[in-house]
Design a protein around this ligand. Structure first.
Ligand SMILES: Cc1ncc(COP(=O)(O)O)c(C=O)c1O
Length: 387
C-alpha cells in the first residue's frame, strides 16, 4: 500500500527532513573543486559559525557524529595525556572508549544513567590539579540515551578556571536545539552530526575548534590521516575540502542552515523547549514516569519508563498502528524505556500526534482511563499554545 510510506520519525536521529532539503538532496552532484561548490562551502561555513555562535573554525567532515568525536580527541591530545571523561549514559561511555583507545589516561566522573553529571565533582578534581596534568575535560551535553542534559555552562566555567585543560564536548543532540554559545562558554572542541538538529540525513559531522584547540593540535602526537583537522582547516582557506565531500549532503546542509537562519536561534530554542515541556508533562498525565531527572530534561529527547509494559512491545504497536517510529532503550535499558525524539524539523502537530498515539495505545491496553488520555492532550496543548 502506498500509504505504508508515511512513516513519521520521532527518534533522536535520523530526524525528519524538510521538503526543500529533500529537493536539494535530489539534485545532480557538481564537481567538488568547482567555483559553484566553493560558493556553497563559503555559505555553509558562514552559517555553521552562526549556529555555533563562534568566530572560530567549524569544519565539516564526511562521516557520522562519532568521526567528529574521534577527530576532537586525536587532533588535540597525545598518548598518555590525563583527561577527565564525564559518563552518565551511552554516549559518555563512548567518549571513555574513544579516549582509552587512543591511550589517554582517563579519570571517569560518572552518574547513574538518568541523572546529570555533578559539576562540583569536575570542580574538585580540577582544583586539586595544581600541576596542571589534566589536559582535557570531555563530556556529552545532551545524553541521547537517557534524555538528560548536563550542565555544560557550569562545568565549562570550572574548566576555564583551571585555565589549561581543553573542553571537548559532544553537542550532537544539543546543537540546534538549545543554546550552545561556543565562544561565550569558551568551548574548545564541539562535535555534532547532520542527522540531528541540522534536519539533514546522516553522513556529515562538524567540529568547532577554538584557537586554544589549534594550539594544542601542534603538540598532538596521535597518528591520524583522514581525520587530521589541519588538512580541513587548510582546505577551508579556499572554501574547499581535503577529500571528496558528500556533495549532495552539502547542498542539503546549505538549505537547512538557511531555514534555520530564517527561523532564528531564539525561536528554534523556544520551539524545542515548548515541545520538551509538552511531551514531559503529557507523559506524567498518562501516569508514565520520566526516566531523566526532571530538572535536567534534554530539549531533544524524552525518555519514558514503561514499568510493567515491555517498551519494545509498546514501540512495535506504535509503529504498526500509527506508523510512528519511536526509539527504544539502549543496553540495560532495552525493554524498560522508550525514547521520543523531538529534535530538528518537528512541529506541534508531530508532538500532539505522538502523544495521541501513546495515549491511544495505553487506553487500548487498559492502562489508563479515557479521562487520563484526554488530560494528556489538554496538558500538552497548554504548553504548545504557550508561544
Ligand atoms: C549524543 C550523541 N553523541 C554521539 C552520537 C554518535 O553519532 P553517530 O551515530 O552519528 O556516529 C549520537 C548519535 O545518536 C548521539 O546522540
Amino acid at each position: 500500500m502506498a500509504i505504508e510510506q508515511k512513516l513519521s520519525l520521532m527518534i533522536p536521529g535520523p530526524t525528519p527532513i524538510p521538503e526543500k532539503v529533500l529537493q536539494a538532496l535530489s539534485k545532480h552532484p557538481i564537481g567538488h573543486r568547482s567555483k559553484e561548490f566553493q560558493d556553497l562551502v563559503e555559505s555553509t561555513t558562514k552559517n555553521l559559525k552562526w549556529l555555533h555562535q563562534t568566530k572560530n573554525d567549524v569544519l565539516t567532515i564526511t562521516g557520522s557524529g562519532t568521526a567528529a568525536m574521534e577527530a576532537g580527541i586525536i587532533n588535540t591530545l597525545s598518548k598518555g595525556d590525563k583527561v577527565i571523561c564525564g559518563e552518565n549514559g551511552k554516549f559518555g561511555e563512548r567518549w571513555v572508549k574513544v579516549a582509552k583507545q587512543f591511550g589517554l589516561d582517563v579519570i571517569e566522573i560518572t552518574s547513574e544513567w538518568g541523572n546529570p553529571l555533578n559539576p562540583e565533582e569536575f570542580k574538585k578534581i580540577l582544583e586539586e590539579d595544581e600541576n596542571k596534568k589534566i589536559k582535557a575535560v570531555i563530556l556529552t551535553h545532551s545524553e541521547t540515551s537517557t534524555g538528560v542534559i548536563n550542565d555544560l555552562e557550569t562545568i565549562s566555567s570550572y574548566i576555564r578556571e583551571h585555565n589549561t585543560a581543553l573542553s571537548i564536548v559532544d553537542c550532537v543532540t544539543s546543537l540546534g536545539a538549545c543554546n550552545v554559545p561556543v565562544d561565550d562558554w569558551k568551548l574548545d572542541v564541539v562535535a555534532s552530526g547532520s542527522q540531528k538538529g541540522y534536519m539533514i540525513p546522516p553522513g556529515l559531522s562538524f567540529v568547532a575548534m577554538s584557537q586554544k584547540a589549534w594550539e594544542a593540535s601542534e603538540k598532538s602526537n596521535i597518528p591520524k590521516f583522514y581525520l587530521n583537522l589541519k588538512s580541513y582547516k587548510k582546505s577551508l582557506l579556499s572554501n574547499s575540502n581535503p577529500y571528496t565531500p558528500a556533495v549532495n549532503l552539502v547542498f542539503a546542509l546549505d538549505e537547512a542552515l538557511k531555514m534555520m537562519r530564517e527561523e532564528g536561534l531564539d525561536n528554534i530554542f523556544q520551539r524545542h523547549n515548548k515541545h520538551k515541556l509538552a511531551m514531559s508533562n503529557a507523559v506524567k498525565a498518562l501516569n508514565l514516569q520520566l526516566f531523566a531527572d526532571e530538572k535536567y530534561l534534554s530539549p531533544s529527547i524524552t525518555a519514558i519508563k514503561t514499568n510493567e509494559i515491555n517498551a519494545e512491545e509498546f514501540r512495535k504497536i506504535i509503529k504498526n498502528k500509527f506508523d510512528i517510529l519511536i526509539a527504544g532503550g539502549q543496553d540495560h535499558l532495552k525493554g524498560k524505556i522508550f525514547r521520543v525524539g523531538h529534535l530538528g524539523y518537528v512541529n506541534d502537530r508531530d508532538i500532539i500526534t505522538v502523544i495521541s498515539a501513546i495515549s491511544s495505545t495505553l487506553l487500548n491496553l487498559g492502562k489508563i482511563s479515557a479521562e487520563q488520555a484526554g488530560e494528556a492532550l489538554v496538558v500538552a496543548s497548554k504548553y504548545l499554545d504557550s508561544d
